[in-house]
Design a protein around this ligand. Sequence first.
Ligand SMILES: *Cc1c(COP(=O)(O)O)cnc(C)c1O
Length: 383
Amino acid sequence: MVPYGRQSIDDADIQAVTDVLRSDYLTQGPAVPAFEERVARHVGARYGVAVNSATSALHIACLALGVGPGDRVWTSPVTFVASSNCALYCGATVDFVDIDPRTYNMSVERLAEMLERAQAEGTLPKVVIPVHLAGQSCDMAAIAELAKRYSFAVIEDASHAIGGNYQGRPVGDCRYSDVTVFSFHPVKIITTAEGGLATTNRDDLAAGMRLGRSHGITRDPAEMRSVPDGPWYYEQITLGFNYRMTEMQAALGLSQMDRLHQFISTRRHLAAAYDGRLASLALTTPWQDPSTESAWHLYVIRLDDPDRHRATFEALRTAGIGVNLHYMPVYLQPFYRDMGFQPGHCPEAERYYARAISIPLFATLGERDFDLVVDAVSAAVGG
Ligand SMILES: *Cc1c(COP(=O)(O)O)cnc(C)c1O
């Protein structure tokens, strides 16, 4: 089976991890801050806070922004469940903004409509979480304008998008948001096995997220309520978690950062090759907004005929192509239906779900497997 995504681990990665294993620190050593610094510098943000997953990063970002019971958080329905679960962890309620039929990202028009209605009803969100699906940035300038007008905070879920650009600048610089979150799960662009990182330009949010990641404990006298009793002294000043990244993960991440550029250029090259080879089939290849350069985490084809969706998907799996579907609208999950969400809530997201298939795309996808995918898709979909 050709998988839809997989990691690329080289000898330098293995060396970096084994070096840490032979060193003094397996956790809370120098590799984590070095990785944070590296990613933050790469994307052009002031701070990076590394954690054990993007899910944890989303959670501590919500907490640092003060999300709690009675608050509302909005995100895209076409995403992994973590983009919306993070709000539920904080006791907030969630709602979903329907997608743009071209980019499959949160639609700015739908967002504007929902905000206008929410303002009239007194139900404005505290935080909106746009998701850069497949690695293509949302229209962040437009979202930031709405954020200013309606006073909500913005967390970019860039789990798919490290290495991508928006308006010629790296995703993660937080020029149009409060926090950006990356994932380093093995199917994503770079990996730390499990792992995530939040970037921000705000001192208060960096400090808040650091507290959230490590029990709410501080060793910084400036943050303490009392004068330290002695050099051993620390204070727990809020309720946090243990979401720390290990030194091995950070060392792997640092080593993977050396090849980020190479990973992206290979993915971009493969995506362009798919665009060409699949152009005449009864499907839509991924449309790219000219203000973005995708990191190409996913290559999503959209079939013209939803009636052939399941059969096409199954034919590809039978042909040894590890296709996938990213994603069923989150609110259709049973856990969300129990909250009262119904089919029809986001019609564009449901139209997308009835037609979308992710085909294999990763940095080590070889020419032979690429041809195998193209032939199988051509045979399964037809012209
Ligand atoms: C992978 C992913 C996450 C969660 O990432 P983890 O690091 O596995 O916790 C969140 N949001 C999106 C859009 C993702 O694809």
